[in-house]
Design a protein around this ligand. Structure first.
Ligand code: CP
Length: 307
């Protein structure tokens, strides 16, 4: 696999994560107009699952970097004629694409792409990883707190099927945050410590809600939407128990009224739309690295965050 690929947070590691977060910061604050332009061939975005935030913030990042791009819809591609993912990707490489951004419902699909020469950015694989979502989550926490070490992060919902829970758990632990989980017992995941939600809400710096991933359930959730909201949703009553400086996060799409009271989505503690805004900077950083451009010429110790 091309070493500039971004596949999982574990593979990226702590140094690699810091590098991308710093590059994202510089894209936001200083190098706003920096472009790759025609120095590299076009980027192909392959989304084999629905996406609004990831797909269109990659598209926005590519446009502002001056890159040409193609959006490959699975339903309009030869995948529908039985072509394998590898053959589709090898075809795009042969045509001249310089980077593939891929979302797939299949866990670790990228293991089949090992012999490609061009880099791959994983835009989400099944319940495996979602590294650019994780990077924007870390970025948003850093923006608010200035550090990750020591933060108490409670992730609530369908942990079993969540690639965001997996990537965020891997990365936040690398940086010394205390991560715990809550949700219905049917969504517990081996190795992920579950706690009582009402106790956790009172001590958490970050309360991150996740949606129920109904498309991945083999049997329907045992709770009704109303029961789920009452037992595991961020209700106004639970909101009142949050710490004064605590924030609400959600990778979205949000199911208002189920995992979170609709009025709280845009409440003062919510950074949900800020997460989406920050997604563009981290995706520009991931593309810049994937296409082989070196670090911006900055002294990283001048950046405002502690790692
Ligand atoms: N958070 C996230 O991955 O959203 P999309 O599925 O809309 O890309």
């Amino acid at each position: 696999m091309n070493p500039n690929s971004l596949l999982t947070m574990t593979a990226l590691g702590k140094e690699g994560t810091i590098h991308l977060l710093q590059e994202a910061f510089l894209f936001q604050k200083k190098y706003t107009d920096w472009q790759i332009g025609s120095q590299r061939g076009p980027v192909a975005n392959l989304f084999f699952e629905n996406s609004t935030r990831t797909h269109y913030s990659f598209a926005y990042a590519e446009a502002t970097l001056g890159l040409k791009r193609a959006d490959i819809e699975a339903s309009a591609s030869s995948v529908m004629k039985g072509e394998s993912l590898y053959d589709t990707c090898k075809t795009l490489e042969s045509i001249g694409y310089s980077l593939l951004v891929i979302r797939s419902p299949e866990d670790a699909y990228y293991e089949k792409l090992d012999s490609l020469s061009i880099p791959v950015i994983n835009a989400g694989d099944g319940k495996g990883d979602h590294p650019t979502q994780c990077l924007l989550d870390l970025y948003t926490m850093l923006e608010h707190f200035g550090h990750l070490s020591g933060l108490k992060v409670c992730i609530v919902g369908d942990i079993l099927h969540s690639r965001v829970a997996k990537s965020d758990f891997d990365a936040l632990r690398m940086f010394g945050a205390d991560v715990f989980f809550s949700g219905p017992a049917e969504f517990e995941r081996e190795g992920f410590p579950f706690v009582d939600l009402d106790k956790a809400i009172e001590v958490s710096d970050v309360v991150m809600l996740l949606r129920i991933q109904r498309e991945r359930l083999t049997i329907p959730m045992s709770l009704s939407d109303e029961e789920y909201h009452e037992r595991f949703g961020l209700t106004k009553k639970r909101y009142e128990k949050m710490k004064e400086n605590a924030i609400i996060m959600h990778p979205a799409p949000v199911n208002r009224g189920i995992e979170i009271d609709s009025d709280l989505v845009e409440s003062p503690r919510s950074v949900i739309f800020r997460q989406m805004h920050n997604g563009v900077f981290v995706r520009k950083a991931a593309i810049k690295k994937a296409l082989g451009f070196s670090r911006f010429p900055e002294d990283i110790s001048s950046l405002p965050w502690r790692f």
